[in-house]
Design a protein around this ligand. Structure first.
Ligand SMILES: *Cc1c(COP(=O)(O)O)cnc(C)c1O
Length: 363
């Protein structure tokens, strides 16, 4: 860990406060955090309601029921599956089991902010590798950035905030060529969305890797359970899994969460409805953005990233003034881009209307 004197210099999580969510403007269109626009499975809700009656007891620290269920689905021994309060927690702990002060971490940029924060918390050195123009992790450049001091390589597919995926061949190359002295972390937060768009199953390629690896996935996106905070890692070995597990706080995945996640896995029809609903609305959103003369990046995920002919941060402010929340990116320089989470039909319509007016004003 970093010296105590450096904690004050860490950046905060960069998560917007609810109060900043322009509470005076109704209806609010929350298209900034890649949340599902649908409620979770009714089966999950019923299971959580039942579990509430048992919260006088501590939860199962080991999440055994959930672990066994995933173990069957994934054909991975339960001893190699670890749970976290969101997959973010596992991303932080992946850095903590791997880094000593000054060690290097290779990660794509732009990508998920937790990578850079995890590295900073551990006193590591971040080596950022720009994504390709299509927003996909640049495997060749990432491999070139690795040195004898590299202890973690983060990769994400589909990548957030850009949206598109690595091929099976690209992930296989990472798995093969990242040295055994580094932990390869493949962040698959949008795994289920990627698979729906023809993305490959990377577990076999990762399993062929000689060195240590983890794949992280989450219930936050495809299962519509972002508020519960639960994700999991599939690890290359029981040793890696155990190390991750040792950094967990006691009972960190609560009883209601475990019941909800387990029931959600048992409702594939709901997951399919969510994935297909998001895909349908994403196609509408992409078409509407193209209708404004814009060229959104290719995306398999539950968001669309688009560059504007004007400053993206200013556009995000204009949208926010109308109750539409999107994420302004500093990438690519100089104008940035907007990352727009796929929402309801009404969300899309409101966004397109305000964006049309904003762009009309500046052109
Ligand atoms: C949303 C997201 C996560 C994890 O979210 P949790 O809610 O912590 O599971 C991880 N990586 C990426 C790229 C994401 O977009």
């Amino acid at each position: 860990m970093i010296p105590l004197s450096e904690i004050a210099a860490l950046s905060n999580a960069g998560i917007p406060r609810r109060a900043e969510h322009v509470t005076s403007v109704r209806p609010l269109h929350a298209m900034n955090l890649n949340e599902a626009p649908f409620p979770p499975s009714p089966k999950a809700i019923a299971a959580m309601e039942a579990a509430l009656r048992e919260v006088n007891r501590y939860p199962d620290h080991y999440c055994e029921a959930l672990g066994e269920c995933l173990s069957r689905d994934l054909r991975v021994p339960a001893g190699r599956i670890v749970f976290g309060a969101g997959s973010s927690e596992l991303l932080y702990n992946a850095a903590r089991i791997s880094l000593e002060h000054g060690d290097e971490v290779v990660a794509p940029v732009p990508s998920f902010p937790a990578y850079a924060r995890a590295v900073a918390m551990c006193g590591g050195k971040l080596v950022s590798v720009p994504v390709r123009a299509d927003g996909v992790n640049d495997v060749d450049a990432m491999l070139k950035a690795i040195t004898q001091h590299t202890r973690v390589v983060f990769a994400a597919t589909p990548n957030n905030p850009t949206g598109w995926m690595m091929t099976g061949e690209e992930v296989a190359r990472l798995a093969r060529d990242v040295p055994e002295t580094a932990l390869l972390v493949l962040d698959e937060a949008y795994y289920e969305f990627g698979r729906l768009e023809g993305g490959e199953e990377h577990l076999p390629a990762m399993a062929r890797r000689k060195g240590p690896w983890i794949i992280t996935r989450t219930f936050s996106k495809a299962y519509g359970l972002a508020g519960l905070r639960i994700g999991y890692a599939i690890a290359s070995s029981e040793e890696v899994a155990r190390n991750l597990d040792k950094l967990r706080n006691s009972f960190n995945i609560n009883h209601v969460v475990q019941a909800g996640a387990l029931a959600a896995l048992d409702d594939p029809a709901h997951t399919k409805m969510l994935l297909e609903g998001v895909r349908g609305e994403r196609i509408r959103l992409v078409t509407a953005l193209k209708g404004l003369g814009l060229a959104p990046l290719p995306t398999a995920a539950n968001f669309v990233t688009v560059r504007l002919p004007t400053d993206a941060a200013a556009a995000a402010s204009a949208l926010q003034a109308e109750g539409i929340l999107v994420q302004a990116l500093g990438w690519p320089q100089p104008l940035g881009a907007l990352r727009i989470t796929v929402g309801s039909g009404a969300d899309t319509d409101a966004l397109i209307e305000v964006l049309r007016r904003h762009l009309g004003k500046i052109t």
